[in-house]
Ligand binder design. Structure first.
Ligand code: ATP
Ligand code: MG
Ligand code: FE
Length: 347
């Protein structure tokens, strides 16, 4: 199926076009520069930027894909979770395009999309799929017997998300926003064993599939403060590398363990943090040693984009899932257990 996907859950206006598992276009307009001076995403600014970028980005994606909107089999859109006002812009646009073109509308889950995007890279997802979802707002281990209907959380963060920890540590190091990519860069010049930062929730009695990154973030901040108080220079590269090592160590350790215990021989890693160089390398090494096949999409498909929404939409069409109603709401807290928002049949 030929599907156009629209993503506006945060600060990226993403529009993608896919045919089944084939990526045809991935157009992204980001308002990240407008948020940088505030140190985080400002919802009102994001909504306005989506409004301005929407039509040009849809047109760019269609042009890139070289398809006519008449040939589409459906329009998919992120229905949640995310920023309410930002989601509303995407959902409204998707409804307008779907209605005007006479195409079915599929409201899909942003988190399931972060997983399903890997079909564009490595073909059909195995069933079940074990997924480590690590992004700005979420960090979870998910088992998905069917990405269109059945996603089960095995565990998740009890405080900060992994991406949030990257952003907060970058802020303490005064490296700007978003923090993930900068820390990734600095860490390449640093020693990951320079500082022994804590590994949260890795004790024998801790929940095996849950994560905690708030203690780590605090430990990093304290370590930096102590240095500054002593009038010493902060070794930014070593702090970045040691912090990043602590995050990736816990993520990969728990993900590999989940695969072994659940009898799953594939691991998919998705979400913005999956773009991290060290996480990718460590996961590669640990999966190889454990006999697990690793699937991680290229970095551009890990961070927010429209192609991932189109990929999940195409899977909905391929499997004959019910389309959404014209009343489809934007649901800022859509649970990960709901991969899409089927219509009630009354719409
Ligand atoms: P969610 O998907 O939970 O709704 P989101 O959509 O805001 O959150 P994503 O775009 O999926 O998040 O990911 C953004 C996060 O990924 C940010 O916290 C950012 O710092 C982090 N990130 C991006 N690139 C990297 C990288 N190379 N290393 C580490 N973190 C990264
Ligand atoms: Mg973003
Ligand atoms: Fe995301």
């Amino acid at each position: 199926p030929l599907v156009l996907g629209i993503e506006t859950s945060c600060d990226e206006t993403g529009v993608g076009v896919v045919r089944g598992h084939t990526l045809l276009a991935d157009a992204v307009a980001s308002s990240v520069d407008e948020h940088a001076r505030f140190g985080g995403v400002v919802p009102e600014i994001a909504s306005r930027a989506h409004l301005e970028a929407m039509i040009p980005t849809v047109e760019r994606a269609l042009r890139e894909a070289g398809v006519s909107p008449r040939d589409l089999d459906g329009i998919a859109v992120t229905a949640g979770p995310g920023l309410a006002g930002a989601l509303l812009v995407g959902v409204s646009a998707a409804k307008a395009y779907a209605y005007a073109l006479g195409k079915p509308l599929y409201g899909v889950n942003h988190l399931a999309s972060h997983i399903c995007v890997d079909q564009l890279e490595h073909g059909a997802l195995p069933e079940p799929t074990m997924a480590l979802l690590v992004s700005g707002g979420h960090s979870s281990l998910l088992l998905a017997p069917d990405i269109t209907t059945d996603v089960r959380p095995l565990g998740s963060t009890i405080d900060d998300a992994a991406g949030e920890a990257f952003d907060k540590v970058a802020r303490v190091l005064q490296l700007g926003f978003p923090g993930g990519p900068v820390i990734d860069r600095y860490a390449r010049e640093g020693d990951p064993r320079a500082i022994a930062f804590p590994r949260g929730l890795t004790g024998p009695r801790d929940a095996p599939y849950d994560f905690s990154f708030s203690g780590l973030k605090t430990a990093v901040a304290r370590w930096i403060e102590a240095r500054r108080a002593a009038g010493e220079e902060v070794p930014v590269a070593d702090v970045a590398a040691s912090f990043q090592e602590a995050v990736t160590d816990v993520l990969t350790r728990k993900a590999v363990r989940a695969c072994a215990e659940q009898g799953v021989d594939h691991l998919m890693i998705g979400g913005g943090v999956a773009a991290n160089t060290r996480l990718r390398a460590m996961a590669e090494e640990r999966c190889r040693r454990a006999g697990i096949i690793l699937r991680v999409p290229r970095p551009k498909l890990c961070t927010d984009n429209g192609a991932m929404v189109a990929a999940l939409g195409a899977e909905m069409v391929a499997r004959g899932r019910a389309a959404s109603d014209w009343e489809l709401p934007a649901d800022s807290s859509l649970p990960v257990t709901e991969p899409h928002v089927p219509g009630t049949g009354h719409g």
